[in-house]
Design a protein around this ligand. Structure first.
Ligand SMILES: Cc1ncc(COP(=O)(O)O)c(C=O)c1O
Length: 495
């Protein structure tokens, strides 16, 4: 799998050009640090070019280098982007890495694919055709899937609306509910650590004249219930708080939030894209009124998801899509039977495998977490107690996250949400927890799933330890730390 990478340890010639003085109390200058990291990344890219690529990849990387894409230390993300570009140009992605990016998506379960195939061949009827058996037989399969999807959260199948995924469901909850109740209630409460699609939907509603409260979270990533209650107003129509965070795995207290909302007759929406099927959720016990689901996070197909919409007390919402009135008039358009059936099977398997999956994921995640936290200067981000175990987010101080990802191309990982990983900004979720730029830039998310093996976890712990050591050797900051210099006592100059 991993082609005998031997790193050439090399000091990055960066201090000479920036200069620093140990005579003040100014905090380390972020721009200088970023430049150091960028230089380290270039050195790393060059080392990797020499050591680990096939001929095709090396040729493409050399071309990228000639164009100056790789060796531009001013461009923070040049390393990963030019590697991606080079791989794409050579068409040679090499041996498949170990997959630990489960929060971005999960591999499709082969049993799910089996269920889907017959819809591409024999069962091709439109499930909304009600004048012949082609339609009837497909429709029956859709309702079977709806049943499974509902059972996972103890809902009535009539309360499940199929959508294209959690992004659409979240948009539907925030826009649909607030538009329906606009005349009397124009206030929405959410948190700063929601997925981008919730934050952006909330911002879109702000532009439409709604008031939005973005609640802070504590350093553990948890919502403060007193602050939530204090933010509630007579004109609040919706509280939207996610079940499990996609970057740090923190679980919010759904039942307590549901109780607060019901007491005030405010609708409670939760984005359960990372929670559905993985932690116990009972929409009645937790007083959840709307809940977003994504199939591809539970080993199902991409491009399909659902929204739970409570019938008693009834939640009304304006549809985002108008048309033939499918899905109780809330989501018009012909359903995609292969995707719906695959999603249904994935939901059924989440119930069937719950005990096995939970034990397996907890055991491997604990092993991974303990192994990684035994490396010096590492921190677990987010609450250690209120956490879905399959998501482990760790900061490796004095190592820049993207450099680490580049050094770990035999392991598929991410520094956060797939939707934002192309951006240079450190994670807004980690910022909301009070982490500074440097630490947020040094963070990696690890996702363990149904198909992860113990050998993979053992390999990953060993590989990370080796490469964190290697990257720290490249870092002038690390050299200073080893010399016992307090980095906070340094006054930095140069940009
Ligand atoms: C918490 C959360 N919400 C929403 C989404 C979007 O889901 P989908 O890809 O189904 O649109 C994701 C996916 O990354 C997620 O993790």
């Amino acid at each position: 799998m991993f082609k005998g990478l031997s790193f050439v340890s090399r000091r990055v010639p960066v201090l000479g050009s920036v200069g620093y003085a140990r005579n003040g109390t100014t905090l380390a200058n972020a721009a200088v640090q970023r430049r150091m990291y960028a230089s380290a990344k270039v050195a790393l890219a060059e080392d990797l070019t020499l050591e680990t690529h096939t001929d095709n990849q090396t040729a493409a990387i050399e071309q990228a280098n000639e164009r100056g894409a790789m060796a531009n230390p001013e461009v923070m993300d040049s390393g990963m982007q030019s590697l991606q570009h080079a791989y794409r140009e050579s068409g040679d992605y090499g041996t498949r890495p170990i997959y630990l990016d489960m929060q971005a998506t999960t591999p499709t379960d082969p049993r799910v694919l089996d269920t889907m195939l017959k819809f591409y061949t024999g069962l091709y009827g439109n499930p909304h055709s009600n004048t012949h058996s082609y339609g009837w037989e497909t429709n029956k399969e859709i309702e079977k899937a709806r049943n499974y999807v509902a059972q996972v959260i103890k809902a009535d199948p009539k309360e499940i609306i199929f959508t294209s995924g959690a992004t659409e469901s979240n948009n539907m909850a925030l826009k649909g509910v607030s538009r329906f109740y606009k005349k009397t209630r124009n206030h929405i409460i959410t948190t700063r650590t929601e997925h981008k699609c919730v934050l952006e939907a909330a911002r879109a509603m702000k532009n439409e004249g709604y008031e939005i409260t973005f609640l802070n979270v504590d350093p553990q990533g948890l919502v403060n219930l007193q602050e939530l209650e204090a933010a509630m107003r007579p004109e609040t129509c919706l509280v939207s708080i996610m079940a499990v965070n996609n970057e740090i795995g923190v679980m919010q207290p759904l039942k307590e939030i549901g109780e607060l909302c019901r007491k005030r007759k405010i609708f409670f929406h939760t984005d359960a894209a990372q929670a559905y099927g993985k932690i116990p959720i009972d929409v009645n016990e937790m007083k959840i009124d709307l809940l977003s689901i994504s199939s591809h996070k539970i080993y199902g197909p991409k491009g399909i998801g659902a929204m739970y919409v409570r019938r008693k007390p009834r939640v009304r919402l304006d549809p985002l899509i108008s048309g033939g009135g499918q899905e109780r008039g809330l989501r018009s358009g012909t359903l995609a039977p292969p995707l719906v059936a695959g999603f249904g099977e994935a939901a059924r398997l989440m119930m069937k495998e719950y005990g096995n999956d939970s034990a397996h994921i907890r055991r491997l995640s604990d092993k991974l977490m303990n192994g990684l936290l035994s490396i010096d200067h590492t921190i677990l981000n987010g609450s250690a107690d209120h956490r879905y175990p399959g998501c482990v987010n760790i900061s490796f101080a004095y190592v820049e996250g993207e450099s680490l990802l580049m050094a770990l191309r035999d392991i598929a990982l991410s520094s956060g949400s797939a939707c934002t990983s192309a951006s240079l900004e450190p994670s807004y979720v980690l910022h909301a927890l009070g982490k500074d730029d440097a630490l947020a830039h040094s963070s990696i998310r690890f996702g363990v799933g149904r198909f992860t093996t113990e050998e993979e976890i053992d390999y990953v712990i060993k590989a990370i330890r080796e490469r964190v050591d290697f990257l720290r050797e490249l870092s002038p900051l690390w050299e200073m730390v080893k010399e016992g210099i307090d980095l906070n006592s340094i006054e930095w100059s140069g940009h």
